[in-house]
Design a protein around this ligand. Structure first.
Ligand code: DLL
Length: 435
């Protein structure tokens, strides 16, 4: 039987969800207008006043917020409550520019942890579980979010943080962890290390994994599931909207349910800002309905995906988002062709390689070049040089079929591509370095 963390909310009829969102939106717009001068100014410039917002049908009238607004208002300019009412900050993992700082009141923390608890229960978690949190702790929201959710569900929580893989594995086996939470690339690495140490998937007690914070393909999901002997669930979120738990997968695994009692999701055309109908691909925009301290309205995530309100057999009525297929700002344009790293990953895994790769883009004599470095599996190593060249050609042809442009493929020895304990860095765009 399907279990829910908050059944009354999670299975609410769609009409009721919309009514609830409308009610909360009216209040939230007023709260932001009155307390955030920067957003008030944006609304004034657009000629919209809080009285013009009667419900979700008026959402499109509001101005967007983007990362550049957050940079401009860094560090306190988006705060909607006195700093003395805040109990926590978290921050983005970004390495360029100013980091985004998110503020939380105690109420904001509670609702964030509820969202994470919903995700854990949807992945089969109960108070009988031992939940190993191998997302980073600290400023990053992954560790804190899943940790809080795990407490709410009543799991025995292992606050491992990321890294120290040997110790990670020792605790996992000794304490019989049943749920693992980390980035998909770290889960793959843990699986690989277990195999190297001579363990089989059935030697661990894991039943599920809750993986997110970076894009991963269905092929990578199958790889991780096989390596660890688990069911792997996706979880989505961003610092700006609290952190993980904005959306999560249920046992159906056909997209992630968005916690619509707390967030309104829209899909827009990233170039024009026009709102697109359900089912069309575009940029995801979130409005947070309940957050007190850092309540962003119409925040542009840059994540490209599709929404679906199709009925889900789990009974949850919340709209679902497909796996984000990349970010509008991470999309590479190579010789005029739009390329998402996830497309390359799909081909690699379909062709029998591990998800250990690096993509390098450069510009030589005014022409874009695409180099894909892929690690060989130990069992592929014994092949002759001609054999390797043949494999490189075959892989290059498969990627060409997917992308429409031909990459230079370089098969490299096992363990020569740096592993990630957090979010993997898979793309190096050298063109940016020359500009
Ligand atoms: O990554 C929050 C998080 C932690 C989500 C743990 C899930 C698990 P940021 O560091 O602010 O927050 O990065 C947010 O990561 O806009 C997406 O581009 C990407 N992202 C997050 N989850 C997924 C996912 C956390 N499941 C940015 N699939 C987002 C694909 C994801 N991309």
């Amino acid at each position: 039987m399907e279990r829910y963390f908050q059944k009354d909310i999670e299975t609410m009829p769609v009409e009721k969800i919309k009514e609830l969102q409308s009610e909360k939106l009216v209040k939230q717009v007023k709260h932001v207008y009155e307390n955030v001068p920067y957003y008030r100014n944006l609304m004034d410039k657009k000629g919209v006043r809080p009285e013009d917002i009667h419900g979700i049908e008026d959402l499109h009238k509001l101005p967007f917020i983007s990362k550049s607004d957050l940079r401009e208002t860094y560090p306190y300019g988006m705060l909607a409550v006195p700093l003395s009412d805040c109990v926590r900050i978290q921050s983005t993992s970004g390495t360029t520019g100013k980091r985004v700082i998110a503020y939380y009141t105690q109420h904001d923390i509670e609702l964030w942890e509820d969202c994470c608890a919903r995700a854990i229960v949807a992945a089969g978690g109960t108070k009988e579980d031992v939940l190993q949190v191998a997302y980073g702790y600290g400023l990053f929201t992954g560790g804190a979010g899943l940790h809080g959710g795990s407490h709410k569900v009543g799991c025995l929580t292992l606050p491992m943080s990321s890294g120290n893989t040997e110790r990670q594995i020792q605790f996992m086996l000794d304490l019989k962890s049943t749920i693992l939470c980390c980035t998909p690339s770290y889960a793959a690495y843990i699986g690989e290390t277990l195999k190297e140490q001579g363990y089989k998937p059935e030697d661990n007690s894991l039943k599920a994994g809750i993986f997110g914070a970076e894009p991963w393909t269905e092929e990578m999901r199958r790889d991780i599931e096989k390596a660890l002997g688990i069911k792997a669930y996706d979880i989505y979120g961003l610092t700006e909207t609290s952190g993980p738990g904005v959306a999560f997968e249920c046992k159906e695994q056909k997209g992630m349910h968005i916690n619509e009692d707390h967030f309104i999701a829209e899909i827009i055309d990233p170039d024009t800002g026009e709102v697109l109908p359900e089912g069309e691909k575009g940029e995801l925009v979130f409005t947070s309905l309940d957050k007190e301290a850092f309540p962003l309205l119409r925040y542009r995530t840059r994540d490209i995906c599709v929404l679906s309100r199709e009925k889900c057999s789990c009974g949850r009525t919340f709209i679902r988002m497909a796996k984000p297929m990349g970010r509008s700002d991470d999309m590479l344009i190579i010789r005029g062709v739009n390329v998402f790293p996830s497309q390359i990953e799909t081909v690699l895994l379909n062709e029998g390689y591990a998800p250990n790769y690096r993509i390098e883009v450069d510009r030589v004599n005014n022409t874009d070049t695409l180099d894909v470095f892929v690690e060989l599996l130990p069992e592929q190593l014994s092949d002759t040089t001609e054999g390797i060249v043949k494999m490189e050609k075959a892989l290059s042809a498969a990627i060409t079929t997917m992308l429409g442009i031909r990459p230079a493929v370089h098969l490299v020895p096992p363990k020569t591509i740096v592993r990630s304990e957090g979010k993997a860095v898979r793309v190096i765009d050298k063109r940016k370095l020359h500009d």
